[in-house]
Design a protein around this ligand. Structure first.
Ligand code: AMP
Length: 287
């Protein structure tokens, strides 16, 4: 496995390759959710490049950029074991040579301004701006993302479509712990007590999905009941929303449950967790 820690090294590596290439962008601190993307990439491409870059542009001023877990050696060991061809791990200056303030940005309006976009202003512009750089540098045929970050996946698909990039943006199912908590690098911030509470997020998503099937379409009442239940467990809920899976707009008429997605973002202490549930495509866990 090659370690390419600057752009000239990446470029000379790419010149030697001509196969179907997959890119899996990550911020490192890899877990089985990331490795499921690598597995899928290996099945769908001849060559797999994983990028590791903790992107300062997508963190707000009071967020966890400074303490985000960085475990480069262990990540490389896991990726080598997984049969990855190359890890692209640039430093910040390589991606933003003019500095972050002057970096060219890409905005996907509307889709990027709702849900997490409202709560974390500038976050998705940071994501699209770094992913476009990574796509332009690595030039993959496909790029793989987790549907844990469902809104991010839709935004990136929209960006690639709008900018005519010949790249498939593939979304893959959420990987969970045995108790249903979606795997996340941020789960390690949770105290023992918070970790015990955290699986409620998925339980309430599942319960709401069942109610959608059986009780139908009073979406607002279902959202309100779920938010209240989470608050009672100790979550501070940013949003608990039932949206159209296709474009994340609020359903303006009764939709089939299959056309809907339930999305949640909630905090336990300082740790912000996100999750979602979409009909049969989420991994179901018996609780
Ligand atoms: P991150 O390192 O958190 O930026 O995540 C890198 C990629 O891994 C993104 O496409 C995420 O959506 C994906 N990912 C993170 N957690 C999970 C998970 N539990 N299941 C599936 N994909 C995930």
């Amino acid at each position: 496995m090659k370690i390419l820690n600057n752009i000239p090294l990446l470029q000379s590596y790419l010149q030697q390759q001509s196969a179907k290439r997959a890119l899996v962008p990550t911020m490192g601190n890899l877990h089985s959710g990331h490795l499921s993307l690598v597995e899928a990439a290996k099945q769908q491409a001849d060559e797999v490049v994983v990028s590791i870059f903790v992107n300062p542009l997508q963190f707000g001023p009071n967020e966890d950029f400074g303490c985000y877990p960085r475990t480069f050696e262990a990540d490389c060991a896991a990726l080598s074991e997984a049969g990855v061809d190359a890890v692209f791990a640039p430093d910040t200056h390589s991606l933003y040579p003019q500095g972050q303030e002057r970096a060219t940005r890409v905005d996907v309006p509307e889709l990027g301004d709702i849900l997490c976009g409202t709560i974390r202003p500038g976050h998705f512009v940071g994501v699209t701006s770094v992913v476009l750089r990574l796509l332009n540098l690595v030039r993959p045929d496909i790029a793989l993302f987790g549907k844990k970050d469902y809104q991010q996946w839709l935004i990136l698909r929209q960006m690639v479509q709008d900018l005519f990039l010949p790249i498939d943006i593939i979304g893959l199912p959420i990987i969970r712990d045995n108790d249903g908590l979606a795997k996340s690098s941020r789960n390690q911030y949770l105290s023992k007590q918070q970790r015990d509470i955290a699986p409620y997020l998925y339980q309430v998503l599942q319960k709401t999905a069942q109610q959608l099937q059986s009780e139908g379409s009073n979406y607002q009442a279902l959202e309100q009941a779920a938010s209240t239940e989470l608050a009672q467990q100790g979550f501070v809920v940013d949003y608990f929303d039932i949206r159209r899976a296709e474009d994340l707009l609020r359903p303006d008429k009764v939709e089939s449950p299959a056309a809907l997605i339930i999305l949640v973002a909630a905090k336990l202490g300082n740790t912000r967790l996100i999750d979602n549930y979409q009909g049969s495509s989420s991994n179901k866990v018996r609780l």
